[in-house]
Design a protein around this ligand. Structure first.
Ligand code: ADP
Length: 484
């Protein structure tokens, strides 16, 4: 068992209307540690009825929550943020146990996750409206912003805490209640956050967590007319399905979907900085983020030099159980994830790719894969089209700016892209030409709570974080005042 300072943070029940509860039929699902295969515990296998109850509880809690002043809501969120930070060690242990990422990354994620709660608590006070000069002399036009209503959130396993707070933070700040379904693999992080939300004074019904079948819970969340908004982070395939399901009741939706990030190294780049950025972007969370560099394009003149430096840096990464000190690469989330990396490597090799480092499952077994670098990667390989979501860095070679921009944009995705150059003209031209919601310029790390995170094309819609992020949970009301 996990040695937690506060064992009550590890909850094996759902949270509906301020009560900790089991599935109606008593069914449960196991949660396992991807580094060892050990069972960590169970969560309730909830379905339609429990989800409906959570939605109805949220609806009932809405009037009182929206009536609070922004300052009052902000005070509760500030407390939630403080409790997350105070319990960061336990939350990180729970996260590493169920998700696999190195403990230091888990701790970093807890601080990152809490930052959204803090940020949006503060933003709650700034949901300003507008006054507009009227075309008629006896009218006055005022615009106010109001909470949209009951929100549903479906979140993935790769950031078990931050993907929740990026949604719950702005929703609660705006005055909306939320029903959350965390990923099957990582429900304990979500439930621990709910424990702390309760302690912070989030009223019953304002935040609910249902665990269980994603299809069944998702169907109720998207079909129930009480739910006014759905926020989803996950695969593009599921995002499309949920969007379709939301069409019947015209819900507002935010989607953070897949990416296929290009990472371009121009010949005028600082190569050491580019290597550092590539490691940060590609190998964070063992390559399991939607903004991970997926295609690394290196200009002809610096290709070999960059490849050598990258291999030397990747060789220093330490694979192992995330709880062990010094480990930088944990296991992949499950067997399917390992198979995908294997397939991408095999496909690249069959079409002329060359392994410079790694290339196979790690001797540690389970979900472990060797940090891998492959050279001579080309556009006809699977890796050029699909997100690998694993520790494999593929190196493409290019000659001109136009050529690399055409290749970088030749994808249906458009979440993040990165490039390294020191030429100011090139920096502007390339930044403007890249079709993505986020561009990292001479950096591989782009996520924080103050900037807008989100994609274009089939990477989704809406923005999380920043002052834009709260808009997704607000509706605009126009007051036309006549007879003046
Ligand atoms: P990933 O590849 O990150 O696991 P998914 O899109 O499969 O991406 O999962 C992201 C979230 O979506 C998880 O919480 C998962 O349980 C949920 N999910 C998967 N399929 C469905 C579905 N049909 N309806 C609703 N939610 C789903």
């Amino acid at each position: 068992m996990l040695q937690l300072k506060d064992p009550s943070l590890l909850r094996q029940q759902g949270y509906i209307n301020g009560a900790w509860c089991n599935a109606d039929d008593g069914g449960t699902r196991a949660v396992t540690n991807p580094a060892t295969g050990d069972k960590l515990g169970t969560v309730p296998d909830m379905g339609t009825d429990e989800t409906r109850r959570a939605i109805e509880a949220a609806q009932a809690a809405w009037p009182a929550w929206r009536k609070k002043t922004a300052r009052e809501r902000a005070a509760v969120l500030r407390k939630w943020n403080d409790l997350m930070l105070a319990n960061a060690d336990d939350l990180a242990l729970i996260m590493t146990a169920e998700q696999g990422k190195p403990l230091a990354e888990s701790k970093g994620e807890i601080a990152y996750a809490a930052s959204f709660i803090e940020w949006f608590g503060e933003e709650a006070k700034r949901t300003y409206g507008d006054t507009i000069p009227s075309p008629a002399p006896d009218n006055r036009i005022v615009v106010i912003k109001e909470p949209i209503g009951v929100c549903a959130a479906i979140t993935p396993w790769n950031f078990p805490a931050a993907m929740i707070t990026r949604k719950a933070g702005p929703a609660l700040a705006a005055g909306c209640p939320m029903v959350l379904k965390p990923a099957e693999a990582t429900p304990f992080s979500a439930l621990a956050l709910a424990v702390l939300a309760e302690r912070a004074g989030v009223p019953a019904g304002v935040l609910n967590v249902v665990t269980g079948s994603s299809k069944v819970i998702g169907a109720e969340m998207t079909g129930n007319p009480i739910v006014r908004k759905l926020s989803f982070t996950g695969s593009t395939a599921v995002g499309k399905l949920l969007m379709e399901q939301c069409a019947a009741t015209i819900k507002k939706i935010s989607l953070e979907l897949g990416g296929n990030a290009p990472f371009i190294v121009f010949d005028d780049a600082d190569l050491d900085a580019a290597v550092e950025g590539a490691i940060a972007s590609k190998f964070r969370n063992t390559g399991q983020t939607c903004v991970c560099a997926n295609r690394i394009y290196v200009q002809d003149g610096v290709y070999n030099q960059f490849a050598d430096k990258l291999v030397a840096a990747v060789a220093k990464l330490k694979v192992g159980n995330g709880l062990d000190s010094g480990v930088t690469q944990g296991p992949l989330i499950d067997e399917k994830a390992v198979q995908k990396v294997e397939q991408h490597v095999a496909d690249a090799l069959a079409k002329g790719g060359r392994v410079l480092l790694g290339g196979k499952r790690h001797a540690l077994g389970h979900g472990f894969f060797e940090p891998t670098v492959i050279a001579d990667v080309t556009a006809d390989m699977k890796i050029a089209r699909e997100e690998t979501f694993g520790p494999m860095a593929p190196l493409f070679r290019f000659k001109t700016d136009d050529e690399v921009l055409a290749q970088a944009n030749d994808t249906e995705f458009g979440l993040a892209s990165y490039f390294y150059s020191r030429d100011i003209g090139r920096i502007w031209r390339v930044a403007e030409a890249l079709e993505s919601g986020i561009v990292g310029i001479n950096t591989g790390l782009i996520s924080n709570e103050v900037a807008p995170f989100g994609g274009v094309k089939q990477s989704g819609m809406g923005r999380e974080g920043s002052h834009y992020g709260i808009d997704d949970y607000l509706v605009i009301k126009y007051l036309c005042m006549g007879g003046i």
